[in-house]
Design a protein around this ligand. Structure first.
Ligand code: KIV
Ligand code: NA
Length: 274
């Protein structure tokens, strides 16, 4: 049974937590589905972890559409949310155009966008036309050159503003809000005051759900994962080991063996060479 926005809302009411993870392609989405994770984010973090950029800013609608379509083809029951890229939702018409492509051409079930009061009218506009919107407060990576890469809401005024922003997003019709790098007590308070579910990343146990980036969760990079991430496996090391074994076996003429080779009747070859 497909996991819906209504299921997500019911989970909050029942006090049941929800796990969400990013995925950017077909094989990873298949695994997410098999693991029973009910929500996938096709995040603009793809700019960094898939395309090797230093930030999420270069990601385009085209990127999101292509990766979302691959994720959708895995045919999971997950609710698929995709990010609206940097500066694609600064006015209602642009936001509608981007959401149209991501939902119609990509097949996403909902979109996510970053920001508070300033984007509330955009959220309201999208929601009015049937686009489910997830908000994103706290550390918002698209604004990283403005706010720096750090936790948000530590000071009273910033905490107050985040609480107000969360309520504004809810009033505008957002179905959920991501809280990224938000002090745990503040995230818990926002979660308690909102009727809609919060999904935390680096925001503590008090959120209604958690989201993690695929590469961080699986330990795909050598480098130290961000503080909010817990590597549940060392997949990067495993892949490297497999690749090294492959290279060594090719160089040692140990691969392929008969099992990976096509046989031919000796007589047929002899006849061909006559
Ligand atoms: O792009 C992304 O992966 C995200 C999550 C970190 C929330 O926005
Ligand atoms: Na993102």
């Amino acid at each position: 049974m497909p996991f819906t926005i209504q299921d997500l809302q019911r989970r909050k009411q029942a006090g049941e937590r929800v796990a969400m993870v990013t995925a950017y392609d077909y094989p990873s989405a298949l695994l997410v589905g098999r693991a029973g994770i009910p929500m996938i984010l096709v995040g603009d973090s793809m700019g960094m972890v898939v395309h090797g950029h230093g930030t999420t800013l270069p990601v385009t609608v085209e990127d999101i559409v292509r990766h979302t379509a691959a994720v959708v083809r895995a045919g999971t029951d997950a609710l698929i949310v995709a990010d609206l890229p940097f500066l694609t939702y600064s006015d209602p018409e642009s936001a509608v155009a981007a959401a149209r492509r991501i939902m119609q051409d990509g097949g996403a079930h909902a979109v996510k966008l970053e920001g508070g009061a300033a984007v509330a009218p955009i959220v309201r506009h999208l929601v009015a036309f049937g686009v489910p919107v997830m908000g994103h407060l706290g550390f918002t990576p698209q604004a990283q050159h403005q706010i720096g890469i750090r936790a948000q809401g530590k000071e009273a005024s910033a905490a107050r503003r985040m609480l107000d922003d969360a309520l504004l997003l809810q009033e505008a019709g957002a179905f959920s809000v991501v809280l990224e790098l938000v002090p745990a007590p503040l995230a818990a308070e926002i979660t308690a005051r909102l009727g809609i579910p919060t999904i935390g990343i680096g925001a503590g146990l008090g959120c209604d759900g958690q989201v993690q980036v695929w590469h961080d969760l699986l330990g795909l990079f050598e480098s130290k994962p961000p503080r909010h991430a817990k590597p549940y496996a060392k997949v990067g090391a495993l892949i490297e080991e497999a690749l090294r074994s492959y290279r060594e076996e090719v160089e040692a003429e140990a691969f392929p063996t008969a099992a990976q080779s096509v046989k031919m009747d000796e007589a047929a070859l002899a006849e061909a060479l006559r």
